[in-house]
Design a protein around this ligand. Structure first.
Ligand code: COA
Length: 184
């Protein structure tokens, strides 16, 4: 299947809303219980791109097949070289076709150029596709929180995985925020 990866724009808010929303009712992808409004997704695209990449995969007809985006791992200053990412394909997008890997390659290449050092994924521990996908990329499990949340009367656990993408030691250069990087 032919597709391209491009930076997300505000016009992609509805597609991202619908893609993520498809998993909100289930128990093995997200802790979100109510899908935010399209306006909230528009704000998320705008705000994310100030600091972190936000990419979509689009097929030849213009349909959005999936997206990925970054956010801070934790709020404190010393965490700023880490990025937690989210990756989601549309429920009807083809699986095992390399779409998510292509999103990852573009996303991680940008993070490296921005001087980030680690990517984190926080995965519901029953999400075999995501666990397998992240392992295939070289992520390693760094934590398992067995009862991290309750959704629809069920305890849900999460696995934290990370991958070192840096080339620097503890003297890593300051991260360059996406909006500045993108102007360069
Ligand atoms: C997880 C997800 C992003 C994977 O997308 P994808 O485009 O199918 O992944 P890729 O084609 O790039 O797969 C690359 C590798 O990941 C691994 N992988 C992918 N799906 C897998 C599965 N269901 N079980 C085990 N390993 C899997 C395989 O090693 C695969 O390589 P292979 O097909 O050559 O064996 C996709 O299934 C998805 O969006 N799921 C719903 C939302 C979700 O769970 N998001 C993650 C939240 S943490």
């Amino acid at each position: 299947m032919n597709f391209k990866i491009r930076i997300a724009e505000e016009k992609d808010a509805l597609a991202c809303h619908d893609i993520y929303g498809a998993y909100v009712d289930g128990l093995n992808v997200t802790f979100t219980i109510e899908n935010p409004s399209v306006e909230k997704y528009r704000e998320k695209i705008v705000n994310t791109k100030k600091k972190y990449p936000f990419y979509v995969a689009q097929d030849e007809s213009g349909k959005i097949l999936g997206y990925c985006c970054g956010e801070p791992l934790r709020p404190h200053d010393a965490y700023k070289w880490n990025v937690e990412w989210t990756i989601v394909l549309a429920p009807d997008a083809p699986r095992r076709s390399g779409i998510a890997t292509a999103l990852y390659e573009r996303f991680s290449a940008t993070l490296r150029k921005q001087n980030f050092q680690y990517i984190y994924a926080v995965i519901v521990d029953t999400n075999e596709a995501s666990l397998g996908f992240h392992k295939s990329l070289g992520f390693e499990e760094v934590g398992h929180f067995h009862n991290a949340g309750i959704k629809k009367g069920h305890w849900l656990g999460i696995v934290w995985m990370n991958k070192f993408i840096g080339t620097d030691g503890a003297d890593a250069k300051e991260p360059v925020w996406f909006e500045d990087f993108n102007k360069a």
